[in-house]
Design a protein around this ligand. Sequence first.
Ligand SMILES: Cc1cc2nc3c(=O)[nH]c(=O)nc-3n(C[C@H](O)[C@H](O)[C@H](O)COP(=O)(O)O)c2cc1C
Length: 198
Amino acid sequence: MAAAAAVAPPVVNVVALCGSLRKGSYNRGLLRAAMDISKSIKGLEIEYVDISPLPFLNTDLEVDGTYPPVVEAFREKILAADSILFASPEYNYSVTGPLKNAIDWASRPPNVWADKSAAIVSTGGDFGGGRSQYHLRQIGVYLDLHFINKPEFFLNAFEPPAKFDSDGNLIDDSAKENLKEILLSLYAFTLLLQGKCV
Ligand SMILES: Cc1cc2nc3c(=O)[nH]c(=O)nc-3n(C[C@H](O)[C@H](O)[C@H](O)COP(=O)(O)O)c2cc1C
């Protein structure tokens, strides 16, 4: 009897967003590591989308229901994604201004976040950005985003041994394993949400 042909796993397209704009951002380093790890997860595709070109939200920039070209391009990326991976550093116990700005632009009508799955990772001082994660989950209620509950990923970037190299690349193996668990959970949860369980 001929062997059954292998069935390709369903594809989940993830857009990765980082709340820090600085070049050596550790949170951006988490996303680079996640993109690297995703190569070992069949069906999971991650695209990094830079939020730094977005202007400050100003509804005066909306003309006859259209948005500035750079905003439209960002909104289209979000709309086309199945899922969002946020790297959300903590500024003053909350999400960063740039990330909130990007979220707000894509929430303008029609809200392009709706019905998507999402996961959050963060790194920083003491709690590793955890407080920003819980604010982001709250924002997601109104956006109709659906976050994975577990596992959670917080990484203290400043406790020895070093977690990042001088370019902001993640060098900690156990953090990489934890990141992989996040990605596997996000992949499975996205399929569940879309009714495509395998
Ligand atoms: C304006 C500002 C506010 C911050 N507030 C907090 C904070 O409330 N809690 C915390 O743990 N770290 C705080 N930090 C530290 C950052 O979270 C930390 O530097 C982190 O590494 C920044 O992320 P990045 O490396 O991706 O740029 C703050 C940093 C800045 C610039």
